[in-house]
Design a protein around this ligand. Structure first.
Ligand SMILES: *[C@@H]1O[C@H](CO)[C@@H](O)[C@H](O)[C@H]1NC(C)=O
Ligand SMILES: *[C@@H]1O[C@H](CO)[C@@H](O)[C@H](O)[C@H]1NC(C)=O
Length: 239
C-alpha cells in the first residue's frame, strides 16, 4: 500500500516536473539612441498585418493607433525611415471592425477600468472608451477584440485578444514623431496581453522577461522560455 502510494506520489511529481510548456519569444528592435525606443513586431488581425509596438512596463493596456477615424494620430513614421531603422517599413493605421468593439457592460471593460484605476464610465454606443495618461502624452481609445498571431513555441495560432484602438493621441512634450504604431503594455493587470495569453493557454506561465543589449536590440518573452544562464545581468522588477 505504502509502496503504491509512493509510486503514485513520484509519478505525480514527475508529471509536475515535465508539464507541457509554451512561450512566445519576440525579437526587440531599436536602441536607446538615436531611436529612443525598444519595440517588437506583432502580426495582428485577419489577414494578419505587422505592427510595431513600443514596450512599456509602466502601463497595462496594449493598443494600436487606429482609424476609428483617427482624430489625432501620429502619421510621421516615415520620417524615421529608412534613415534610422534601415529596412523596416512604416505600417498604416489599424482599421478596426466596429462590430468587435467591447461593450461597456462586459466584464473586460470593468477590468480595464480597474487596471487604469478609474471609475467605470460608459462611452457612446455602449462602447468601452478609455483614456490613458503617459509621462510624455496621452491616448484616448476604445477597447476592441481582434486576433494576434504570435510565434508561440506550440505554434502560431491566431488568438483573440482585447486591446485598445487609440483614435486620439495627445501631443507629447517634444512632439517628436515616433517609429511605432502603438504600445505593448507590460505592467501588471487583468486586460494585459500577458494575462490573456495565459488564460487562453498560449503560454503556460504568467511570466515575462526582456533582455536588452547595450548595443541595441534584444528579445522579449512571455511564458516558460529558457533564459540564458550566462552573459545576463538581472535587474529587480519595480512595482
Ligand atoms: C509575421 O508574419 C510574417 C509572415 O507570415 C512572418 O514571416 C513573421 O515571422 C511574423 N512575425 C512575427 C513576429 O510573428
Ligand atoms: C498551445 O496552443 C493551443 C492553441 O493556441 C492552446 O489551446 C494550448 O493550450 C497551448 N498550450 C499547450 C501547452 O499545448
Amino acid at each position: 500500500m505504502t509502496a503504491r502510494l509512493a509510486l503514485l506520489a513520484s509519478l505525480l511529481l514527475l508529471l509536475q516536473l515535465v508539464p507541457p510548456s509554451s512561450a512566445v519569444v519576440l525579437e526587440l528592435h531599436g536602441n536607446v539612441y538615436p531611436i529612443g525606443h525598444f519595440f517588437v513586431t506583432m502580426n495582428i488581425s485577419d489577414p494578419a498585418k505587422p505592427y510595431f509596438l513600443d514596450i512599456d512596463t509602466g502601463s497595462t493596456l496594449t493598443w494600436l493607433q487606429c482609424d476609428y477615424p483617427c482624430i489625432n494620430c501620429n502619421k510621421a513614421h516615415s520620417l524615421f525611415y529608412p534613415r534610422l531603422i534601415g529596412s523596416f517599413v512604416p505600417h498604416g493605421l489599424y482599421k478596426p471592425e466596429l462590430k468587435y468593439a467591447v461593450k461597456c457592460t462586459e466584464q473586460r471593460c470593468a477590468d480595464l477600468y480597474a487596471d487604469l484605476r478609474k471609475p467605470m464610465k460608459c462611452g457612446p454606443k455602449n462602447q468601452c472608451h478609455y483614456g490613458i495618461q503617459y509621462v510624455g502624452g496621452s491616448s484616448i481609445g476604445v477597447l476592441i477584440v481582434d486576433s494576434f498571431s504570435l510565434p508561440a513555441s506550440n505554434g502560431t495560432n491566431p488568438t483573440s485578444i482585447a486591446f485598445g484602438c487609440g483614435y486620439n493621441q495627445g501631443k507629447n512634450n517634444h512632439n517628436v514623431p515616433t517609429p511605432v504604431n502603438g504600445i505593448l503594455g507590460l505592467g501588471r493587470g487583468k486586460v494585459t496581453l500577458l494575462s490573456q495569453l495565459k488564460s487562453q493557454g498560449v503560454i503556460t506561465k504568467h511570466v515575462l522577461g526582456h533582455c536588452i543589449s547595450s548595443k541595441g536590440k534584444g528579445f522579449l518573452f512571455f511564458g516558460d522560455a529558457k533564459v540564458p544562464t550566462s552573459g545576463v545581468t538581472w535587474s529587480p522588477m519595480n512595482r
